[in-house]
Design a protein around this ligand. Structure first.
Ligand code: PLP
Length: 393
């Protein structure tokens, strides 16, 4: 007899993984160059050379200590470097003791949900959303409340949002630039969100925390502002990751930032650390704590994502696809050409296009394109997108 919830999580393969596996099988039949796999969000650009050089230098200079345990909250010098970077870049007033270094954004989120959740608590999430939020929130014993998408621009349906806030609302999750839509929330959207949260916190007599999931913070296109949320809403907790900005998803490095002005900041920080302890994280990888902290002001060469985005958006719109304007990340979330996005994704397979149905992201009638791929593959895939569109005429 095993835990049923865990059994379910361990055996159910995600739609994305299914597609990825299908792609590998199909490649064996028709050749890898004839399969257009847009399923996975793995960065397609390498980490900066400085990352590898720094790792090698640290290994040569500190072979005796680099593989040791660090403080649970992360090495003090590492946290000081992250804090300095946030202060320089965002005028953040961050100190090292407000940062808790984690095994990527996934762990940052799990530490925050587990640290905050009391019995009966709810966390609000906006569709379209990263499906792991449900796993993480329910894993913390809380309930996820999903707000349906605002499908014109993928900003926020404020009417639905206001109705969903209750005295049990402990937090609200935002992810901008967004996976899967690529949309960046406008300053106007974020200010309205903050206004509502401030009013509701006062009405219910307790803080409602805004949990800002920011793995794509650095992937924003020309002229698009990714606002620094702690300046807009006091009770913001930031969950960051270097997976996408430095193209290091396998190294597992990120942090939670609990600004000092957050309600009960000291307790929240301690509870986040307690959650990390109870989840068995011990400490984030010691080598990559050092490496990321010495490279945290740089990014991988991200400009290809914007080029890929433009190529796809322009071409798809010309073919008649409806695409909300993205501002960053490396995803597009167009409308499927029939209401049933699962059927649409199945039909796309006939053209060897691997597109993820939107239902799993809480937005049926759409599909996700992860364009963190070679630009050449996109060019070769365009006639397939055209043939797919023509098949509906
Ligand atoms: N949040 C979002 C929206 C993501 O897309 C991802 C990964 O793709 C994560 C969190 C988890 O990222 P990490 O690799 O830092 O755990």
């Amino acid at each position: 007899m095993v835990n049923e919830r865990m059994l379910g999580l361990g055996t159910a393969r995600s739609v994305i993984r299914e597609l990825f596996e299908y792609g590998k099988q199909r490649a064996a039949v028709v050749g890898a160059e004839n399969v257009y796999d847009f399923s996975l969000g793995n960065p397609s650009v390498p980490a900066p050379d400085a990352v590898n050089e720094t790792a090698i230098r640290i290994l040569q200079e500190n072979p005796d200590i680099i593989h040791c345990y660090t403080s649970a909250q992360g090495d003090a010098a590492v946290r000081a470097r992250f804090a300095d970077s946030l202060n320089r870049r965002f005028d953040a007033e961050c100190t090292a003791d407000q940062l808790y270094v984690t095994v990527g954004a996934a762990a940052s989120l799990c530490c925050v949900f587990n640290g905050l959740a009391c019995p009966g608590d709810e966390f609000i999430v906006f569709a379209p959303y990263f499906p792991e939020y449900k796993v993480f929130i329910e894993g913390a014993g809380a309930k996820m409340v999903l707000i349906p998408p605002e499908i014109e621009q993928f900003q926020i349906d404020f009417e639905a949002f206001e109705k969903a806030i209750t005295p049990n609302t402990k937090g609200v999750v935002v992810n901008s630039p967004n996976n899967p839509s690529g949309v960046v929330y406008s300053r106007q959207t974020l200010e309205r969100l903050a206004e509502i949260l401030t009013a509701k916190s006062a009405e219910y007599g307790h803080a409602i925390y805004l949990i800002s999931d920011e793995p794509y913070r650095e992937i924003a296109f020309a002229g698009v502002e990714v606002a620094w949320l702690p300046h807009i809403y006091r009770d913001t907790i930031v969950c960051y990751s270097f997976s996408k900005s430095l193209s290091l998803p396998g190294e597992r490095l990120g942090y939670v930032y609990v600004p000092g002005k957050v309600t009960d900041a000291g307790e929240v920080y301690a509870a986040v650390a307690g959650a990390g302890r109870s989840l068995g994280y011990v400490n984030a990888p010691s080598l990559f704590q050092q490496v990321t902290s010495l490279c945290c002001d740089m990014t991988a060469d991200l400009k290809v994502y914007e080029e890929n985005c433009k190529l796809l958006v322009d071409s798809l719109r010309e073919m008649g696809y409806h695409v909300a304007q993205p501002g960053g990340a490396f995803y597009l979330f167009p409308r499927s050409l029939e209401p049933d996005d699962l059927a649409f994704s199945e039909r796309a397979k006939q053209f060897d296009l691997l597109l993820v149905p939107g239902s799993g992201f809480g937005a049926p009638g759409h599909f996700r394109i992860a364009y963190c791929v070679q630009t050449d593959m996109i060019r070769r895939a365009l006639p397939k997108f055209k043939a797919l569109a023509d098949s509906y005429k």
